[in-house]
Design a protein around this ligand. Structure first.
Ligand SMILES: Nc1ncnc2c1ncn2[C@@H]1O[C@H](COP(=O)(O)OP(=O)(O)O)[C@@H](O)[C@H]1O
Ligand SMILES: [Mg+2]
Length: 314
């Protein structure tokens, strides 16, 4: 039974994505979760990588009996039935779908049911570890969250994917707020970078929408201000790598008009794969290592931003 006070507890949903596999999304999600749990926050980690689920491994847990597949396919009626406790106090997990053939692409009803159930849960923080790519499901989880966090590596391929992710999420958000089919079609066409209408950036798109329907263009302008994805640069080896976060931030501002928040970086260190190999979470096996401390600093940055937002609201 879901208690009413549980449902009323104010919770934050954070989604961790990045448009690419193997960049440290699961590692960062798992360890952010551990740091939050140590701060006595009640945390639920959800492996929403429907097709490449491995969040349990970063926590040093084997494949659990009940997973998200059981919930999506209604073998488990209630989301509570697929939550497992970890050995870390305050930290629980919904492990990822294993039979990915039918679970990798949940339909609209399955996705809505999942998000609805998540909203009723008793937790301070729900962290969604997203899959690679920019499919609608991944973008929708990212847009549904209170904080959408992007992980990027200091490598051209990962950076390209991160830009593509930001742009796709942004245009999907636009599409959700407009009703007119003509404008939805225009947004779809604008997604093609080589479109013949000369729309290269969200600025161009908004100008074009304004020519069609001024009020809708103005609504989209407000959406730009509200969309504030956050960025983490992982596997940093040099000072220049750290700077990549700042250059991506200014490029997003300049070309997309989007205000990206650079949350911080995580250093590259062999202890990361050593901890994964020994099936022990990084923050437990090497709590004083540089990557673990970097993740801890990111958690504090996020909590500080949250406090700032709350103080602006009240
Ligand atoms: N900061 C880091 N230092 C060293 N190796 C890392 C770091 N971050 C990630 N890795 C390596 O990258 C691998 C993939 O990370 P993972 O979190 O599974 O990526 P994703 O969830 O994005 O697919 C890890 O198993 C680890 O070996
Ligand atoms: Mg992963």
């Amino acid at each position: 039974m879901i208690e009413i006070q549980d449902a009323l507890r104010k919770k934050e949903i954070w989604a961790i994505g990045g448009g690419k596999g193997g960049i440290g999304k699961s590692l960062i999600t798992g360890n952010i979760g551990i740091h939050l749990a140590r701060l006595k926050k009640k945390v639920l980690l959800v492996d929403a990588d429907l097709g490449g689920a491995n969040l349990h491994t970063t926590l040093g847990i084997g494949v659990p009996e009940m997973t998200l597949s059981d919930f999506l396919n209604r073998r488990a009626e209630n989301i509570q039935d697929v939550i497992i406790k970890t050995s870390i106090p305050n930290l629980s997990l919904i492990s990822g779908a294993q039979d990915f053939l039918d679970a990798a692409n949940p339909n609209f009803a399955q996705k809505t049911r999942l998000l609805r159930h998540l909203e009723t849960l008793d937790a301070d923080y729900i962290l969604l570890d997203l899959g690679a790519g920019t499919s609608f499901n991944i973008l929708d989880f990212f847009l549904f969250s209170d904080h959408g966090i992007l992980v990027v590596l200091p490598e051209p391929t990962a950076i390209e994917n991160a830009y593509r992710f930001i742009k796709s999420a942004f245009y999907r958000r636009f599409k959700k707020v407009v009703a007119s089919q003509n404008i939805k079609d225009l947004i779809d066409a604008a997604m093609d970078q080589k479109n013949t209408m000369g729309i290269r950036t969200p600025y161009d798109l908004i100008e074009r929408v304004k020519q069609m329907e001024r009020e809708v263009g103005e609504i989209l302008e407000l959406e730009v201000l509200k969309f504030r994805p956050k960025l983490i640069v992982n596997q940093v080896r040099t000072k220049n790598d750290i700077q990549i976060g700042f250059s991506m931030k200014s490029a997003c501002q300049k070309y997309f008009g989007i205000n990206v928040e650079y949350l911080g970086y995580v250093e590259y260190d062999d202890c990361v794969w050593q901890s994964i190999r020994s099936k022990r979470p990084l923050a437990i096996e090497y709590p004083y290592s540089r990557p673990s401390r970097c993740i801890e600093r990111i958690v504090h940055n996020l909590l500080r931003k949250e406090q700032l937002t709350a103080s602006m609201l009240y």
